[in-house]
Design a protein around this ligand. Sequence first.
Ligand SMILES: Nc1nc2c(c(=O)[nH]1)N[C@@H](CNc1ccc(C(=O)N[C@@H](CCC(=O)N[C@@H](CCC(=O)N[C@@H](CCC(=O)O)C(=O)O)C(=O)O)C(=O)O)cc1)CN2
Ligand SMILES: [Zn+2]
Length: 760
Amino acid sequence: MATSHCVGFPRIGRYRELKKATEAYWRGDLDQSALMAEGSRLRSMHWRMQQDAGMDWVATGDFAWYDQMLNHSMMLGAIPQRFEDGIEDNQLDTQFRMARGRAPSGQATAACEMTKWFDTNYHYIVPELHKGQTFQLTSRAVIEETAEAQEQGFNAKPVLIGPLTWLWLGKIKGEHFNRLELLDDLVVVYGQVLSELAKTSVQWVQIDEPILVLDLPQPWLQAFESVYNRLQTHDIKIMLATYFGGLQEATTTVVNLPVEGLHIDLVRAPEQLMSELDRLPAYKTLSVGVIDGRNIWRSDLSGILEQLKPAREKLGERLWVSSSCSLLHVPVDLSSEERLDDEIKSWLAFAVEKCDEIAVLGRALSGDNSDKIRTLFALSDAVACSRKTSRRVHRKEVAQKVNAISPRLMQRHSPYAVRQKLQREKLKLPLFPTTTIGSFPQTTEIRRQRGLYRKKQLGRQAYLESMQQEIQATIKRQETLGLDVLVHGEAERNDMVEYFGEQLEGFVFTEYGWVQSYGSRCVKPPIIYGDICRPEPMTVSWSVFAQQQTRKIMKGMLTGPVTILCWSFPRDDVPKRTSCEQLALALRKEVTDLEQAGIQVIQIDEPAIREGLPLRKEDWPEYLDWAVNCFRLAASGVKDDTQIHTHMCYSEFNDIIEYIAAMDADVITIETSRSDMELLDAFEEFEYPNEIGPGVYDIHSPNVPEREWIKQLIQKAAEKIPPERLWINPDCGLKTRDWPEVEEALTNMVQVARELRAEY
Ligand SMILES: Nc1nc2c(c(=O)[nH]1)N[C@@H](CNc1ccc(C(=O)N[C@@H](CCC(=O)N[C@@H](CCC(=O)N[C@@H](CCC(=O)O)C(=O)O)C(=O)O)C(=O)O)cc1)CN2
Ligand SMILES: [Zn+2]
């Protein structure tokens, strides 16, 4: 019997119930006990889904009110001093204050930093580490939720993020030190958790250590040996889970760690199967992650069965099957989709369907050859065949255009210095020009209108007019605020990627295909299934309308090719690069159409360029080359005096700064405020030549930034970047905020810009 298990399941609920409940709680429309009840209802439902699919083990401890890394910080008592006063009374609110700076109870405080989880569009709350830090078991959520599952009759396998991954992903505050010093104390708490879990009659615990697929320094790899030696206990077996890549040079160390099981990602790194099999000690269980936890395509079950034959022969009962990584990164349930094209729907599998696939594989590996299993395999074969031969996937004219891409298309006419002069003459902006990143509040009213339009209860014309009114109002507000370069506010966009996906050929989009992005925020990644092209302009009429409403400069607003690719579910039948080039060509046309329609400043957002970066350094240059080229391909069709902006957030730039410079955007706006302008060091050191707008306040928190705060940030920035090259803007778009906060915050921002103009 090959055991099937779930590495992790989405927690948001099929219809984003968790989001709705949490936000209602924040608003004061739901009390804490009602929120708790909704949480347990969802957990129970998700365990049921896994069990019904036929999983031998369901995952516990993968639930989170906000984020699983934050859960672990709570578990360990790694709660920064500034939040500590509330913790005794209200752990939940302390957690929310750490994540977003405020909660129904407790003082509003600066939130912790948030950043990308490996190469995904999921964001975690960064643990804060300091010298001499100690840990104590503070939140027992994982223990309680495991007991809860067991009481309900589920076979629970708790999932923890491992101590080394937690520590690696933290950030040192204050005096620098070697964070491995904290390990001894940290492991004590993990040991306590394990022994408490053992008391609940748990047999296996899964400990995730995805950092094992990174280029780890030697001392870290060695630390794995001592940590897992210490965590060894007779009462509970450890399944050490790795994902998002292969173990490579860590293989020997990892297979020999004193744990009973190892999970590996065979979707990202299929080649590691044989080397693991060769080296795996005879007592160990190997869990193979063969169902893609990062994408939505149905698996080729026969192919996988074939691939696993040697493993089955060698391991027998010691072979487990699962998804490559947690299913957190895919939508919940395909069966909710009623409007998807039938053919394409038959190609897809979401979390529930992936659990089905895992269980079917488990049964087939155990020799089950029943009619049911045979039918399911036949279905999978038919899908693989239909995708390969479908006419809808390939378009000759797109392939021809991609083949015709030449370096000339990736080059602006003149170098930056020439363009800068022409742009200054034309745009006549003051020192420290102020702008925003694109979106303004997506109010309930805007979403309601769009909801009505979607449900066909509002006609197209009426919808367009109501969005135009929103845009008009947003422009008026910006004029009143005194901003220099205006935006239309993106009212008409459900999301910066989905909006484009809906208008491009080669994409389909779902109704309920939500995936958690951070906290209560979700995205509905569109699905790229074929060659991409742009049947008609996507943003031009909106930008033209917006420009007509004002004499100030209206910035056109596009999402860049790399970001559209990274935040969609990509094809698995062509390299990502190919889809990206197709996107770049489509966007290039959009950019030149905007220019021709009189738009003088065009922003092409690339917040995902860093996220797309391969986890291993050896793979960076190849990716960065095509990613940067695709941006340049999209951006370079314009005249010298058209100003191209780009925007990035949640990114470390230090190690890729030369590539950011190579994008050659005239202006780049970046998120920097949560990290206190630290990110600018890279730009300073590199002597980044173009203009920069370092974000001067954090838009993820509802707290309004004070003027003094903004001012000292800009002054800090001006020490690193010559003032005449600085722009002033928030960290990112404002769509998640409410108008009163936005107006107050921007009033402060514009005011500071004015004061500083006088000073510099
Ligand atoms: N794709 C993507 N990735 C990203 C980002 C991003 O903006 N997009 N930004 C970063 C992460 N930040 C994010 C910031 C905000 C949201 C966000 O606000 N998401 C919204 C959903 C946005 C959306 O698609 N809205 C739709 C659907 C809105 C909706 O919920 N409608 C109601 C119906 C409303 C009604 O009928 O009254 C419903 O379906 O229940 C729309 O506007 O049309 C949410 O979770 O609430 C997500 C990510 C990094 N990754
Ligand atoms: Zn952003």
